[in-house]
Write a protein that binds this ligand. Structure first.
Ligand code: XMP
Length: 526
């Protein structure tokens, strides 16, 4: 099959396909490849060849997996993959699988290798002939395996070996099929990115054409093709990065045929709703509808203390408000949403994780609204959404916004929600954020915010006894919110924040700092 450039795309986008065997780093492989300037898609490991071929891949990567190739029902890909003539890179399990399927042997090795392992390069080209690896033929890499290739398939040679003598990389130059035992995609494999790039550019001959600019051109073209002449799209704005980028893409593609609805539920941070309104009103050509639903949400939430119930109420209320407005407009055909790639990937892994929080997203609207969907960010990772936003000229204030839960401050007030409590948490949160930023302590932080607890304590303000609530400050470092470390915010920043919060918010009696990581905690308190 011929190396292919997608004809109906102005940017001539090339693609690499990653077959996902459920390895913990599959998504990371995809991100690394995109960062290298090549577009890629993750497909389930068992995607039939016809499905894979639809993508006209320039290369195929077989990911790692928690499985062993020798177990019963080991996950396999369509064998047509090996006969396609398309370059292949197998990573860990991916290497074992192709070695076995092509006639080699894989065995449980005498010594498992987990973590940092060093290996020696036997042949530099085509995977290793680059900077870091070339400096010294002995390299470190991140491994996590028990199985190893014990016999090579015909046509293959060993390209690298670990200190234990285990095969670390193999290749068949004729068929352009390669395999590495280590994980080139992880941070702990220095030079791993170079291996991926060598595969992309030397073996697959990809060109570097995946850029935010090319995405914007493609997306604008696609939106115009989808939304016919004279048809209109409605878009729910939340103030977050994703919906803002969708809005500005729609604006570029459709101008006045895009209509925007911002439901102010009163649960955003201090002055945030005003900022959002200002930015959108100024920046968008289409009609901008602001619905002040603050009282309606407060009434619906009155007396509710259960976190999940709060989420349900806010989600349902949002849909009702939005629906009422959107349907009343009458002439709308499409609904635009900020769905991103991690939400749509159909992973090869079996997922049975317990639901800890329902994570209802305000802005995530149900199908029964009856509109056709436009989801221009479906193929982007979060960091790519930010790059596209920058390309569209969105300000840092939006692009660098911390992740913020859809139900907003409702899950940062423990217990029932009142207007007075909202005011307290908004002020405390604004002070904490300001002090962190002023000290430049936000570097590397994923989120930092204040929580209003439902604990009342005794304090002394002036010469008087004071009885009031406790504010908890939370700051975490994280890569993806799946795990998080409590952040070592400097004491003097905490002290300043504490002094200001107790001094400027009369009700607050005490400030505490949360030193719980995730797990066992979660990032939000509810
Ligand atoms: P947890 O608290 O589960 O949060 O550790 C992980 C990340 O998700 C955010 N979060 C939410 N986001 N709707 C959202 O859109 C929600 O209901 C919700 N709850 C938590 C949280 O801020 C963190 O970034």
């Amino acid at each position: 099959m011929k190396h292919f450039l997608n004809e109906d795309s102005e940017s001539l986008r090339e693609k690499v396909v990653i077959l996902d065997f459920g390895g913990q780093y599959s998504m990371l492989i995809a991100r690394r490849i995109r960062e290298a300037g090549v577009f890629c898609e993750l497909l389930p490991f068992n995607a039939p060849w016809a499905k894979i071929a639809e993508h006209y891949p320039a290369g195929i990567i077989l990911s790692g997996s928690p499985a062993s190739v020798n177990q019963v029902n080991a996950p396999r890909c369509d064998p047509a993959v090996y006969k396609s003539g398309i370059p292949i890179l197998g990573i860990c399990y991916g290497m074992h699988l192709m070695a076995k399927e092509l006639g080699g042997e894989v065995e449980k090795g005498g010594r498992s290798e987990f973590g940092r392992t060093s290996f020696k390069i036997v042949e530099k080209e085509p995977l290793f002939g680059d900077q870091i690896f070339a400096l010294d033929d002995s390299c470190n890499a991140w491994m996590s395996h028990q199985d190893e290739v014990s016999e090579l398939p015909t046509g293959f040679t060993v390209l690298a070996k670990t200190e234990n003598g285990t095969v670390a990389a193999i290749g068949d130059h004729q068929r352009k099929i390669y395999g590495v035992q280590f994980h080139p995609e992880v941070f702990h494999t220095p030079g791993g990115n170079n291996v991926l790039k060598k595969f992309l550019f030397s073996v697959c001959q990809c060109s570097k054409n995946w850029t935010p600019g090319s995405f914007v051109n493609d997306a604008v073209k696609k939106i115009r093709e989808t939304v016919g002449e004279g048809e209109k799209v409605v878009c729910a704005l939340s103030g977050g990065v994703d919906s803002s980028v969708v809005a500005f893409l729609l604006d570029r593609a459709l101008g006045e045929r895009a209509v925007f609805i911002f439901v102010d539920h009163g649960l955003l941070r201090l002055k945030e709703a005003e900022q959002v309104v200002k930015l959108y009103k100024k920046g968008l050509k289409g009609e901008f509808i602001l619905i002040d639903a603050r009282r309606r949400f407060l009434e619906a939430l009155a007396g509710v203390t259960d976190p999940e119930e709060k989420r349900q109420i806010i989600g349902a209320e949002f849909i009702n408000v939005f629906k009422g407005q959107a349907l009343a407009m009458g002439d709308i055909t499409y609904l635009a949403q900020g769905t991103i790639y991690p939400d749509v990937i159909e992973s090869g892994s079996i997922q049975g994780a317990a639901v800890i929080k329902s994570h209802h997203n305000v802005g995530g609207l149900p199908e029964e609204l009856g509109f056709d969907l436009v989801e221009p960010l479906r193929e982007l990772f979060k960091d790519e959404v930010r790059l596209v936003g920058a390309e569209l000229g969105l300000p840092d204030k939006i692009l660098k916004r911390q992740p913020f839960p859809g139900p907003g401050l409702a899950v940062r007030i423990i217990g029932d929600i009142t207007a007075a409590k909202l005011e307290i948490v908004k002020l405390a949160d604004a002070i904490f954020r300001k002090e962190i930023q002023r000290a430049g302590a936000d570097e590397g932080l994923w989120q930092y915010f204040a929580v209003l607890t439902d604990v009342q304590v005794v304090g002394v303000k002036g010469d008087d006894r004071h009885y009031g609530p406790v504010i908890a400050l939370r700051a975490v470092a994280s890569e993806d919110a799946m795990t998080a470390d409590w952040a070592r915010v400097p004491f003097d920043v905490l002290e300043k924040a504490s002094l200001r919060i107790t001094g400027e918010i009369p009700e607050v009696a005490r400030v505490v700092y949360d030193i719980t990581s995730k797990p066992p905690g979660t990032i939000e308190w509810e």
